[in-house]
Structure formats: C-alpha cells, structure tokens
Design a protein around this ligand. Structure first.
Ligand code: FAD
Length: 382
C-alpha cells in the first residue's frame, strides 16, 4: 500500500479546522472496526477520523509505505510497472484508491477575477479569521459551501452565496438522522447497475448537511435566516463583474421536489415494513423561500467582496496514471471498480458499486466485491 503522505493524509492535511463528518459516528465503520464510544449519534472531528483510520491501519496490519509518492503506473509484461519516489515496483494488479477529491474544481473564469479579491478553495481555507476583513462570496451550495457560508457569516462578515444545482436534506426526519433513513430503507445500498442514470448519479453534488452537536438542519432557509444573501449560479465574469443566472425559484423547487420524493420513499418503507411506531410522525418541510429580489451581478472591483471561496466541488487527480483509461471529463472508465485495463481496479469513487460507495461506510462491501474480481484475475493468470 503506497501513500504519498501519512496514514489518513487527506483528513490530516486537506480539511478545514471546524469540519466534522456529516455521517453519524455509528456509521463510520470499517471492516472489523465499529464505533464503540459514548456518542453514536454524534459526528467526528477530522482529528477523530484520523484516529479511526490510524487504528484501522494497525488492527488490519496494513503494510503501508508512507512518504511514497506514485509518479507513474504504466502497463508492463503481465501487469504494471509502478514508479514512485522510493523506486520501482512490478506488480500483476493495481488498485487505485487515491481518492475522488484530490483537487478543487474551479471554473476557468476565476482567472478573470480582479487581483484585489483573494480566492481560496476548501484546500486553502482553514478558518474565517484567516480571511481578509469584509464581504465573502461563497460559490456552491452543497455540503462544503453551506458549511463554510454559515461559519463565515457567524464570524460577522457579510456573506453572499452563489447557488447552483443542490441536494436539500433535513438533518433529522421523524426524529431520526436522515442518514439512518438512507441506511435502514436501503436507499444507500442501491447498486450501480440498478441506478437509472449512472453518469448523473456519479456527478450528483453532496447533500446540504452538517454534523453539529445540535443536529441542526443547514439548508438555504437556515442560511437566509442568518443573513446570508442568496444569488444564482455564477455564470461568467465580464468587465470585472460577476454575472449570476436568474431562475433561483426553479432551482429551489427542483431541490424541494427531490427531497419530498426521498422523504416519501422513507415513509413508504416505514409503512411497508411496520416501522412507523419506531419513528416520529410524518413531517412536511417548508419549501425553500425565494428572496423577493436577487442580484444578477456584483461588481468585484467595488471592495464589497474581499474574498471568494470556491466550494464548487472536487475532482480526482490521475496525472500519474499512464494507462489510457481516463475519459474526456477526467474520470476513470470502470465498471463497478473494474477498470478498463486487465488487472487495474478502483475503490472509493462516487457510486462505484452502490450509492454509499464514496462514504467511509461504503468501502467494506465494495472492497470485498472488487477484491473478489482481482483474486479471480490473479488465479486465471496463474
Ligand atoms: C470535505 C469532505 C468531507 C467529507 N465528509 C465525509 C463524511 O462526512 N462521511 C464520509 O463517510 N465521507 C466523507 N467524505 C468522503 C471521504 O473522503 C471518504 O469517505 C474517504 O476519506 C475516502 O477515502 P479514500 O481512501 O478513498 O480517499 P482519500 O481519503 O482521498 O485517500 C486517498 C489517499 O491516496 C493518497 N494518494 C493520492 N495520490 C497518490 C499518489 N500518486 N501516490 C501515493 N499516494 C497518493 C492521498 O495522499 C490520500 O491519503 C468527505 C470528503 C470530503 C472531501
């Protein structure tokens, strides 16, 4: 197992200070390692996630070679030649587990933002105190964007949030964590070959969720009530002005509709399987409030906005992979983790084999199935 940094590298070095998992503690399970602490419904800090993964590395006796940066993987006789800063390895099979979130995904037009405005990605952002004084424009309203917008607003700064397509979810529903429902109802276990539009499912943004001791919902209504100004999707920069799309009403009603459909699925599951008595009464959530007027542009040179935080998503980094298995969008071509090149496998990517694949609780089942395939591949080659 080759790791360029330390065990749990991404959790040590690539997250902001206040981040907690949005998945509850009882769900942070790894093979043979269950949460046994005092707060199963709480949410781990990044230091606690690092501790969990470190404990797993020890208990699983993983042979991790840390400080080993892989710079190239290329086909060679009977397998692959892996080049790393520590030397070369010949192997018959390779599992790519280098993560789905190695780099920030930032639109090209960020180059046209005036130099007077500081630009950050979630990789640079640590806490609001390190931002320049003044207004902040957070771009993207998925898990990262809503969490950072709330934290920066609480620090006293004016915050504008640019909202594109998003997934709205309440933190709790009928008295249970919404991720309990995803788990119990089997929605999270839907398999990749049962999903109607797999390409779309794999590109779905993360849900608007935050893990806090209060188990508070952090949707756009909550942000608006904190004084965050909502604007549409950022479409372009022209003459130093940010131009936002209109149509917030449509975006909001689509997200509300999808959330209602999901909650209906949960209700139907509870009814069908006789679980109604275990949970609270059916709830109906208020629709997302549309602001009476929204700005369609913002002068980035006026001094109103001093910093931009790009919470526009993440992408994997395969610049080290010298095998022609990357599509035009920079994603790995694979079928349930079996990559389009014999002996090459992947784990930890969105909806790799099930909807939960990219979460910590998704790895166990995926790994078992992918490694089954790998073992058969090695047996046949032998
Ligand atoms: C902001 C954020 C919040 C998240 N919140 C949650 C959550 O609440 N709950 C949850 O279950 N999941 C969450 N996730 C998803 C989470 O990342 C995964 O659950 C889990 O960390 C994925 O583990 P991984 O090992 O597949 O990938 P990573 O954690 O990304 O690990 C990949 C490793 O590969 C190493 N690497 C990469 N390239 C190379 C190379 N060329 N050579 C050597 N080593 C290399 C990296 O250093 C890294 O250590 C979150 C992700 C992000 C980005």
């Amino acid at each position: 197992m080759l790791e360029r940094g330390e065990v749990a590298n991404s959790w040590r070095n690539e997250r902001w200070d206040s981040l907690r998992l949005l998945t509850p503690n009882w769900q942070s399970r790894l093979p043979g390692l269950r949460y046994e602490g005092p707060d199963p419904d709480g949410y781990m800090t990044t230091a606690e996630v690092t501790g969990l993964i470190e404990r797993f590395a020890v208990s699983s006796r993983a042979a991790v070679r840390t400080g080993t940066n892989v710079t190239s993987v290329r086909p060679a006789d009977q397998g692959y030649r892996v080049t790393a800063n520590q030397g070369e390895i010949r192997c018959r099979a390779v599992v790519i587990a280098s993560g789905a979130c190695n780099r920030p995904s930032v639109p090209q037009f960020s180059d046209s933002v005036p130099a007077s405005v500081e630009q950050l990605t979630p990789f640079d952002y640590r806490d609001p105190a390190k931002l320049p004084d003044g207004g902040v424009l957070v771009v993207g309203a998925s898990a990262t964007g809503v969490q950072l917008a709330a934290e920066i607003r609480r620090s006293g700064r004016p915050v504008t949030l640019s909202v594109g397509e998003h997934v709205r979810l309440p933190r709790t529903y009928r008295g249970r964590d919404v991720l309990w429902w995803m788990d119990a109802s089997g929605v999270w276990d839907q398999r990749y070959d049962e999903v109607d539009d797999l390409t779309r499912a794999r590109r779905l943004p993360s849900p608007q969720l935050v893990g806090t001791p209060e188990r508070a919902t952090l949707d756009l209504n909550a942000l608006a009530s904190m004084g965050v100004e909502l604007v549409g999707r950022w479409a372009a920069v022209r003459d130093g002005r940010a131009l936002f799309s209109g149509g917030l009403r449509n975006l909001f009603s689509l997200a509300d509709l999808k959330m209602r459909r999901l909650l209906d699925t949960f209700d139907e599951w509870a009814r069908t399987y006789g679980r109604d008595a275990e949970v609270g009464p059916v709830e109906r959530l208020a629709p997302t409030g549309v602001p009476s007027s929204t700005r369609l542009q913002l002068d980035l040179g006026s001094g109103e906005i001093r910093a931009i935080v790009w919470a526009t998503g993440f992408r994997p980094d395969y610049r080290w992979l010298d095998v022609p298995v990357i599509d035009a969008k920079g994603q790995l071509r694979h079928e349930g983790g079996v990559v389009d090149s014999p002996g090459l496998y992947a784990l930890g990517l969105p909806v790799l084999r099930r909807r939960r694949s990219t979460f910590i609780c998704g790895i166990e089942d995926d790994a078992r199935e992918v490694i089954d395939h790998l073992a058969r591949h090695l047996a046949i080659r032998r």
